[in-house]
Ligand binder design. Structure first.
Ligand code: ACO
Length: 325
């Protein structure tokens, strides 16, 4: 008896950019990108594919699967760091786009962990209001937020959106079993993105290199593996579960080498790990809900399966969520 996911949806931009396409933009190679990251292609937003438009499209598909009317959504939350506007929120744009008139809407800025933090908030809300229907979305157009001259970062990211509708189930075997989320603001400099310069000269940030992602790749790599490992082992302690109880792992799709390291450290059966990073690159907050929706629609998820999500991103933020499907 608890919170379950009633429906999922995802939307990717039409345009595919391959590693070979990137070779004409920065000094790189298909071989370098594949071996260092596992990425082969990523999707890049075009006209009509702003963050809120991808998010709204994914949300409509999730609502349709859940057979929930947009008018019945009570809360709508979007994890994103690449909305086309700072205000209104991406959430308010989506609310308007899909006609979720009753919902209150807002964004979560937790980088790649936006969707998992949103699930946590939605779960806790449903525990205090069993009739509530919640829409949790992860949506990004990071193509608008990378420096296309920086080969260290521009090859990694892609655009897309994924959504999940949450509701209450009386079935005791199906629920969100637990979450274990963490942040360390002391490590912000490893991965960050500035805003446009302050209009108040006293509040100007010195050394603002521009509104794009800046990253210390190697350090991020090390922290990502260790942090997700700790979040997962902490979550197992909290829930009394072990890695053997997990039927499917849907990790944030950052980098194949990060995931390989994590799989080795935790002794996870590779067959249980969902991977689509080769197709879409790192879509930040959108990556877990996109992978979840693809898995769900492929029929790979079975009622009663124990599913593990884990993520890591700018902030630094990280965490893990365990649920029975
Ligand atoms: N093409 C070719 N060469 C490149 C490229 C590129 N795209 N990018 C960097 N290089 C070069 C560097 O300039 C360097 O050259 P040098 O030795 O002459 O100085 C060399 O490759 C090695 O650079 P490193 O940064 O040390 O390469 P590394 O093996 O660490 O791989 C990478 C870089 C892929 C970014 C890795 O550090 C990584 O995966 N980090 C995790 C970052 C990540 O996933 N961030 C996403 C956000 S956080 C998250 O979602 C988890």
């Amino acid at each position: 008896m608890g919170t379950i996911i009633l429906g999922t949806g995802s939307t990717l931009p039409r345009r595919t950019m391959s590693n070979v396409d990137l070779e004409s933009i920065v000094e790189t190679s298909d071989e370098w990108i594949r071996t260092r990251t596992g990425i082969e292609n990523r999707r890049i937003g075009g006209v009509g594919e702003k963050t809120y438009q991808l998010a709204a499209s994914a949300a409509k598909k999730a609502l349709e699967m859940a057979a929930v009317d947009p008018k019945d959504i009570d809360m709508l939350v979007v994890g994103t760091v690449s909305s086309h506007m700072l205000m209104p929120s991406c959430g308010c744009y989506v609310q308007n786009e899909i006609g979720a008139a009753k919902a209150f809407a807002y964004d979560i800025n937790a980088a790649c962990c936006g969707f998992l933090y949103g699930l946590d908030i939605g779960d806790r809300r449903i525990r205090t209001d069993r009739d509530a229907k919640i829409l949790v979305i992860g949506a990004e157009t990071l193509s608008s937020r990378v420096n296309w001259q920086d080969r260290n970062t521009c090859i990694l990211f892609g655009d897309g959106a994924g959504a999940a509708v949450l509701g209450h189930s009386e079935d005791p075997s199906r629920r969100i079993l637990g979450t274990n989320h963490c942040s360390d603001g002391g490590l912000w400099e490893l991965l960050y993105m500035h805003q446009s310069p302050s209009q108040n000269p006293d509040l100007l940030v010195e050394d603002n290199p521009g509104v794009h992602i800046v990253m210390e790749g190697r350090e991020v790599f090390k922290h990502a593996v260790k942090a997700m490992e700790d979040a997962i082992t902490g979550l197992f302690k909290r829930t009394g579960k072990t890695i053997e109880d997990v039927d499917l792992v849907i990790p944030h799709q950052a980098n194949i080498r990060i995931l390989n390291n994590l799989v080795e450290r935790l002794g996870i059966d590779r067959e249980k790990v969902v991977l689509n990073v080769m197709n879409y690159g790192n879509t930040s907050a959108a990556s877990i809900p996109i992978a979840l929706d693809e898995t769900n629609r492929s029929g790979r998820l079975k009622t009663g399966d124990t599913v593990l999500f884990c993520s890591f991103g700018g902030g630094l933020t990280w965490g893990a969520t365990l649920l029975t499907w």
